[in-house]
Design a protein around this ligand. Structure first.
Ligand code: SF4
Ligand code: MG
Length: 303
């Protein structure tokens, strides 16, 4: 598979005057290949959105690197808000749709980015399963699920090689969630693009992702094929996450209860960042960070 996105030891810091520096992304590495869906999961505040924004050139890397198709991603100027080749779909479609403009005109913006003169906004609406005549209407005339389909149509119009969904389904009704997620998967993979799908809904990620990356407090703690991670989660945090959702396959044997909340990223615990909440904590975990993959845990140190 052709590598599309390569994130290597990425650090992104948030600086607010008079407050401690927050390392929202604290040394994360991740790859997305063309035609592949990678699900990025973790509790809110773990740095998923910050990582996504850095990939789009909207956040500056303090260290480490991001390469898209082999070219380093550098922060964009304020006037250029979209990186060619990467499109993002947000949790709130209003973040990408202008409520005052007809949806057809907004999809036409994407077609212009791609230099596509053969397709019409109505064609794109059809591809996302909406009637062609919706083009003349405004975003407020639609349900949340329909609006998200329009945001996807607008993103796809720009012919991205990488599509990023940042919690694109978390504001939708349960019935629309898997439909919209599956649509994103089919459209991205069908056009040979990669999809980085950020969600805290593991059951939907399981449905659409080829690989899962689990993020905790700014770091990727486990990466693997979806089916393998699901059948045999190895990082204690992954186990807890999977244990926290109903398991129709009857695998209810994992620790379901995770004590405590995500610690303040401004003051991450020393050693393994998960150690204050880990039921399997050992002495080494309190002092030394497990800086290796694919499972960043001292119980799974590569030999
Ligand atoms: Fe738990 Fe130690 Fe593994 Fe961290 S490194 S997840 S504290 S066992
Ligand atoms: Mg977020």
């Amino acid at each position: 598979m052709r590598s599309l996105l390569k994130i290597d030891d990425l650090v992104v810091e948030h600086r607010t005057p008079g407050r401690p520096v927050v390392r929202a992304v604290a040394g994360a590495s991740l790859e997305v290949n063309a035609g592949e869906v990678v699900g990025l999961v973790g509790e809110s505040g773990c740095g998923k959105s910050t990582l996504a924004r850095a990939v789009c050139g909207l956040n500056r890397a303090a260290s480490g690197s991001i390469a898209f198709e082999g070219t380093p991603v550098t922060p964009l100027g304020l006037r250029r808000r979209t990186m060619t080749g990467v499109q993002m779909v947000f949790q709130d479609p209003y973040a990408s749709l202008n409520p005052r403009r007809r949806v057809g005109d907004q999809i036409a913006d994407g077609l212009r980015v791609a230099g596509d003169t053969a397709s019409s906004p109505a064609d794109l609406l059809e591809r996302v399963g909406l009637p062609r005549d919706f083009a003349s209407r405004h975003p407020h005339e639609f349900s949340g699920g329909q609006r998200q389909r329009i945001a996807i149509a607008r993103a796809l119009a720009a012919r991205p090689r990488l599509l990023i969904g940042d919690e694109p389904i978390s504001a939708l009704d349960a019935s629309a969630q898997s439909q919209v997620a599956t649509l994103m998967r089919d459209l991205a993979v069908g056009s040979g693009a990669g999809l980085l799908f950020i969600s805290h809904d593991l059951s939907v990620v399981r449905l659409i992702a080829d690989r899962i990356a689990v993020m905790y407090l700014g770091r990727i703690v486990e990466v693997g094929d979806t089916a393998e991670v699901w059948a045999d989660p190895r990082h204690p945090y992954t186990r807890a996450l999977l244990g926290a959702i109903p398991r129709p396959d009857g695998m209810g044997v994992l620790p379901a209860e995770l004590p405590g909340d995500v610690p303040d990223p401004a003051e991450p615990p020393p050693g393994c960042r998960f150690h204050p909440r880990c039921p399997l904590v050992m002495d080494v975990c309190r002092v030394k960070e497990p800086e290796f993959g694919p499972v960043a845990c001292w119980l799974h140190e590569p030999s």
